[in-house]
Design a binder for this molecule. Structure first.
Ligand code: IMP
Length: 187
C-alpha cells in the first residue's frame, strides 16, 4: 500500500511523515497532482473537493490532502479558511496589527486531512490545537503562522518550540494521528 501526501509544502510533509512513522506507515510526497482549492469557508468541503479531483476513476494508490486554518476568536474566526491568502498578503505583521491592543488573543489551528484510494471513497480526519496569538513574532523553526502561535500550556511559540514539541500537540499531528489509527485498523 502506497500513500501519497499531495502537497507542495515540505514542512507539512515532514511533520506528517514523522507522525505516520509512529504507526510504521511510510508517507511519500506527491507534487505532481494539483490540489484544486474551491472557494469555501469550510475546510471539509475544500478537502473533499480536492480529493474528488485526485481519485476520479481507477486509482491504485492512496492519496492524502490537508487544509488548515488559523481561527482567531476576537476576529470572529478570521483568517480561517483564508489563512493561506492572508499569510501571503498581509502576513504576520498584518495579523499582529489587527490584534494590536486586543486583550483576548485566544485562537486555534484546525487541520482537516482527507484520504481517498482504491478501497476508500473519501474519509476525513480533524485535528485542533488551542492557544493564543503572541504580541510579536518569535522563533525560527516551522513555517507560516508558527512564530506568532503559542499553544496552550506553553509560553513559547511553535517556531520556538520546534518540530518535536509541535508534533506532540499540533492540529496537523492530531489529524494525522487519527488517520494513522484508522489506517492500522481498516486497511
Ligand atoms: P493551507 O492548508 O496550506 O491552505 O494552509 C493555510 C495557511 O495556514 C498557510 O498560509 C499556512 O502558512 C498556515 N498554516 C497551516 N498550518 C500551519 C502550521 O502548522 N503552522 C503555521 N501556519 C500554518
Amino acid at each position: 500500500m502506497r500513500i501519497f501526501f499531495v502537497t507542495s509544502n515540505e514542512a507539512k510533509f515532514r511533520e506528517a511523515s514523522l507522525v505516520l512513522k509512529e504507526f510504521g506507515i511510510n508517507l511519500s510526497i506527491d507534487t505532481n497532482h494539483r490540489k484544486v482549492e474551491i472557494q469555501s469557508d469550510n475546510l471539509e468541503d475544500i478537502v473533499s473537493n480536492a480529493l474528488r479531483g485526485i481519485c476520479n476513476g481507477e486509482v491504485s494508490d492512496y492519496f492524502v490532502v490537508e487544509d488548515d486554518g488559523l481561527f482567531i476568536n476576537k476576529l470572529n474566526g478570521f483568517p480561517g479558511p483564508y489563512s493561506s491568502y492572508v499569510y501571503k498578503t498581509i502576513g504576520l505583521a498584518g495579523i499582529l496589527k489587527l490584534m494590536s491592543g486586543v486583550d483576548d488573543r485566544t485562537a486555534y489551528f484546525k487541520s482537516v486531512v482527507g484520504l481517498c484510494g482504491p478501497k476508500v471513497d473519501i474519509k476525513l480526519f480533524t485535528g485542533v490545537v488551542y492557544g493564543r496569538i503572541a504580541v510579536e513574532p518569535r522563533g525560527t523553526e516551522g513555517f507560516g503562522f508558527d512564530p506568532i502561535f503559542i499553544p496552550d500550556g506553553y509560553d513559547m511559540t511553535f517556531a520556538e518550540l520546534g518540530i518535536d514539541v509541535k508534533n506532540r500537540l499540533s492540529h496537523r499531528a492530531r489529524a494525522f494521528r487519527a488517520l494513522g489509527n484508522w489506517l492500522l485498523s481498516n486497511l
